[in-house]
Design a protein around this ligand. Structure first.
Ligand code: CA
Length: 728
C-alpha cells in the first residue's frame, strides 16, 4: 500500500468500444439483478449498544452552523449548501504523501456502493446495497449496529440502476434511509432499533428509492426513481417524529380530467399535450436536493420524461414542465416558488437530478446567491437562487444537441439532428448516462473551482417503432437494441467509439470555463471532496483512491483500493485527528450495463468496504482473492446466425442491464458466459418460471415468450463458445 503513481492507460481495445455504446446507453432492460451474493449475517453482526449519550444529535441549529463544525459531516453534502468542501487542513498538500489506511470495514454484500457516509460526534452512519444501514465507531471502525430493512430481492427488477443507496440522513437521535422498495425508515441511532417506517409509494408501480433523504426543520424529504419504467415523479415530506406525511409535491401533472393536486400543476399541464398521464410522465426526484435556510427554500432536481421520446408522451409538443428542471419549493408546505427548466421537451434522458451546490459568487461586481448544477445535458448552469433567473450557462463537455443557452430566454438553442423522430439513428452527446451523473461534485471557496466528474460519451438515439407503454420493461420509446448491437453497425460504432472516457474538470463557475482536467481512460469515476488543505480527493473506475492538488490538479497521492469507487469521500475528526473516508465498491448503472468496458480496468472487481485514512497510518488491505473461472462447458450450439442476431437483440432489451453488454459481467452479477451445465439445463425454469426469484433473478414469463427465451439462450451459449474458442 502507500504512495503509488499509476500511469493513465490510453488503449482503447475493440472490446471496450463495443461495450461502450451500451454503457452510454445505459441500456437498461428489465432484469432482476439478483441478491444471490448477499452474505448471511454472522453472530458478530448482532446489535451492540452505542455508549454515546446523545447519538445522532443533529438539530436545525447545528446544521445551519455546520460550516463552523468541520469535525462532523452531518448531512450528505456536509452543509446545507451541499458544497462538499471541508475547512479541515491538518491533512494538506504538503503532507498528504504520509496518508495511509487506518481502518476498513467490509460490507456484508458485494453490490454497488454509492453512499456518502455521515459522521456525528465520532459515529459514522453509512448505507450499503439493499438499503442496509451501518453505524461504525468513526475512530476504530468497530460496528456498533446494523439495520437491514429486508428489501425483497425481487424488487431489484424494478431498479434501472442497481440496488444502490446514496446515503442516510440523521436528525435528533434518528437515522433515516429510503429503501429500494419505497419505504422511508427511521432507525434509533443509539441502538439500531426501528423507530418507524412508512410506505412512500404505490407498490403496484415500479418505484424505487436510492437517494439520500434531506431534513429541514423536523421534516424529512424523500423522492424516488422509476422514470425508465413509466412512473410519475414526486417528492414527499414526513414528520421526523411521527412519520406522518406533511406534504407531497408532484413534478408532472396527473390526469387532466381529475383535479390537480397543486395549483401550479394546472399551469404545468398547459405545457403537455395528448394523454401524457397514461405513460406516467416521469420527472422523478431520485437524487439531488438542497436547502437555503436564509431564503427558506428547498431546491429539488427533477428527472427525465417517461418515455424519453416526447413525441409519444406529449404528441402535440410542449415543454413538459417540470421535467429536467430545478424547482424551488417552500419546505414547510411544499408550495411552488420558481423553476428553471434545463431541457424543454426533454428527449435524451437528460435529467436535472444532478448535484446542486449553493454558493455566493461575485458576478460582474454583484454578490449573487446562486445555485450551480452540471446536469446530464452537458451545460453548467449558474442560476440566481432567489428568483430562478439564469445568470450563465456554458457547455462543460462536448455537446451536440444544442449550440448554446440563450441568456435572454434561458432556453437552449437546439441543433439540427438532435431529435430522433424521423426513424434514423442520431448519435448525440452527451448520452443518457450523462456528461455528469449523480456522482457528487465539490466546490472549493478557496480555489473558486467546482470539481466535476465528467463522462465523455455519446449515444445512438433512434425511435422505437414497436413502443408499447408498460411498467414491466424499459419504457423509453428509444430503440435500445441498437445500443446493444454495435457489431451489427460499424458506422454507428465508429461514430460513438472515439469518446468513451472520463475526467475531473476544475471548472471556474464565474468565467464559465475549464481551468484544468485530470484525464481517465474510463468513465463512471467517483464523487469529489475538496478541503482547505488545498486537496481534492476522488476514487475512480480504475480502483484507485487518489488525492490531487486542488489548485492545479497535480496528483499527490494514491491508494490501490482493489475496487472501482463511485461514491464521494468525506473528512472528519475524532479526538482532534483528521480522517478521510470513502465508501468503496463498484456498481451502479455505469458498471452493470457496461459489461466488458471495464474488464480491462481493475474496477471491474467489486470489494465493498468503507476505507478510512489518516496521516502516518500504515494499515494494509488483505490480499485480494483473485477471480478464478473455469473454462465454460456450454452445450452444443444449434442456433442459426439469424437466431443468434435475434437472441442478441432480445438480450440487449431484457438482460444486458444487469448481465452486461454482450453478456460480459464486470460486476457481481453472474457472467452468463460461464454458466454451469445445470444452469443451461434449467434455463427456462430460471428465465421463464423464476425459480431463482428469491435471489433476485425474477421470472420473465410476463415479458418474453418461451421461444424468445430460447433465442436468448442461443445467444448466451454462443458467447460461452466464444470464450472456449478464445475469440471473445
Ligand atoms: Ca433516467
Amino acid at each position: 500500500m502507500g504512495v503509488r503513481n499509476m500511469s493513465i492507460k490510453t488503449d482503447h481495445s475493440f472490446k471496450k468500444i463495443s461495450l461502450a455504446i451500451a454503457v452510454v446507453a445505459s441500456v437498461l432492460s428489465m432484469t432482476g439483478c439478483g441478491k444471490e451474493e448477499q452474505a448471511e449475517k454472522t453472530a458478530e453482526s448482532a446489535v451492540t449498544t452505542v455508549t454515546a449519550p446523545m447519538a445522532a444529535n443533529v438539530t436545525t441549529d447545528r446544521l445551519i452552523a455546520a460550516d463552523a463544525d468541520p469535525s462532523n459531516w452531518m448531512s450528505t453534502g456536509r452543509t446545507y449548501s451541499e458544497q462538499r468542501f471541508s475547512p479541515l487542513e491538518a491533512i494538506n498538500a504538503d503532507n498528504v504523501a504520509e496518508l495511509g489506511l487506518d481502518w476498513y470495514f467490509d460490507f456484508p454484500t458485494n453490490r454497488g456502493i454509492e453512499a456518502t457516509p455521515i459522521v456525528v460526534d465520532g459515529v459514522m452512519y453509512v448505507s450499503g446495497s439493499w438499503s442496509m444501514v451501518f453505524a461504525l465507531d468513526a475512530k476504530t471502525g468497530e460496528m456498533l449496529w446494523q439495520y437491514d430493512p429486508q428489501v425483497p430481492p425481487e424488487w431489484a427488477a424494478n431498479a434501472c440502476c442497481d440496488v444502490v443507496n446514496r446515503g442516510v440522513a440523521v436528525w435528533e437521535g434518528k437515522v433515516f434511509v429510503g429503501t429500494l422498495d419505497g419505504r422511508l425508515v427511521a432507525i434509533n441511532a443509539k441502538d439500531g432499533s426501528l423507530a418507524w417506517e412508512t410506505m412512500t409509494i404505490d407498490q403496484s408501480k415500479p418505484y424505487t428509492i436510492t437517494g439520500a433523504p434531506r431534513i429541514v426543520k423536523g421534516k424529512v424529504m424523500i423522492g424516488n426513481g422509476g422514470a425508465e419504467y413509466g412512473v410519475r415523479g414526486y417528492v414527499s415530506a414526513y414528520d421526523t417524529d411521527s412519520g406522518e406525511m406533511a406534504w407531497r409535491f408532484y413534478t408532472v401533472p396527473g390526469k387532466a380530467e381529475e383535479p390537480f393536486e397543486n395549483p401550479v400543476l394546472a399551469k404545468a399541464a398547459e405545457t403537455w399535450t395528448g394523454e401524457w398521464w397514461a405513460y406516467g410522465g416521469g420527472g422523478t426526484v431520485w437524487d439531488s436536493m438542497a436547502y437555503d435556510p436564509e431564503l427558506d427554500l428547498l431546491y429539488i432536481g427533477v428527472g427525465n420524461g417517461s418515455p424519453w421520446d416526447p413525441a409519444i408522451r406529449s404528441p402535440e409538443g410542449g415543454d413538459n414542465l417540470f421535467l429536467s428542471s430545478i424547482v424551488a419549493i417552500k419546505p414547510d408546505t411544499g408550495e411552488y416558488v420558481w423553476h428553471y427548466q434545463t431541457t424543454p421537451a426533454e428527449a435524451w434522458d437528460y435529467t436535472a437530478t444532478q448535484h446542486m451546490i449553493l454558493a455566493d459568487l461575485n458576478i460582474d461586481g454583484n454578490d449573487r446567491k446562486v445555485i450551480m448544477q452540471a446536469p446530464k445535458n452537458g451545460f453548467f448552469y449558474v442560476i440566481d437562487r432567489e428568483t430562478g433567473k439564469l445568470l450563465s450557462a456554458e457547455n462543460y463537455t462536448t455537446v451536440t444537441w444544442a449550440s448554446h443557452i440563450d441568456l435572454e430566454t434561458g432556453r437552449p438553442v437546439e441543433l439540427d439532428g438532435a431529435r430522433y423522430g424521423d426513424g434514423e439513428v442520431h448519435v448525440v452527446s452527451p448520452p443518457g448516462l450523462g456528461a455528469h451523473s449523480w456522482h457528487p461534485m465539490s466546490y472549493s471557496p478557496d480555489t473558486g473551482y467546482v470539481y466535476i466528474p465528467v463522462q465523455e460519451a455519446s449515444f445512438p438515439y433512434q425511435q422505437d417503432v414497436d413502443f408499447e407503454t408498460s411498467t414491466e420493461r424499459w419504457h423509453t420509446g428509444v430503440n435500445m437494441e441498437i445500443a446493444g448491437l454495435p457489431e451489427n453497425d460499424k458506422e454507428i460504432r465508429d461514430m460513438v467509439n472515439p469518446m468513451i472516457k472520463g475526467h475531473i474538470a476544475a471548472w471556474d463557475p464565474i468565467a464559465q470555463k475549464e481551468v484544468w482536467r485530470v484525464q481517465f481512460p474510463n468513465l463512471w469515476n467517483g464523487g469529489m471532496l475538496s478541503t482547505a488543505g488545498n486537496l481534492l480527493f476522488q476514487g475512480n473506475a480504475d480502483a484507485e483512491f487518489a488525492a490531487y492538488n486542488a489548485t492545479d490538479g497535480a496528483r499527490l497521492w494514491s491508494f490501490d483500493a482493489q475496487t472501482g469507487i463511485v461514491a464521494a469521500p468525506i473528512t472528519y475528526t475524532v479526538d482532534g485527528e483528521q480522517y478521510i473516508a470513502v465508501a468503496a465498491g463498484w456498481g451502479g448503472v455505469g458498471a452493470l450495463a457496461t459489461g466488458a468496458i471495464l474488464t480491462d480496468a481493475k474496477g471491474a472487481i467489486n470489494r465493498s468496504r468503507v476505507l478510512v485514512y489518516k496521516l502516518g497510518a500504515e494499515g494494509q488491505l488483505p490480499d485480494p482473492v483473485p477471480v478464478k473461472r473455469e473454462l465454460p462447458t456450454p452445450p452444443v450450439l444449434e442456433a442459426s446466425p439469424e437466431e443468434l442476431a435475434a437472441g442478441h437483440a432480445l438480450f440487449s432489451r431484457h438482460c444486458s442491464m444487469c448481465h452486461g453488454d454482450r453478456a460480459v459481467s464486470a460486476s457481481s452479477v453472474p457472467d452468463l458466459r460461464y454458466m454451469a451445465p445445470q444452469t443451461h439445463e434449467h434455463w427456462n425454469d430460471i428465465v421463464i418460471e423464476g425459480v431463482l426469484n428469491k435471489r433476485g433473478m425474477v421470472g420473465f414469463a410476463s415479458r418474453i415468450t418461451p421461444e424468445e427465451s430460447s433465442l436468448i439462450h442461443g445467444y448466451v451459449t454462443k458467447r460461452a463458445h466464444d470464450v472456449v474458442n478464445g475469440n471473445d
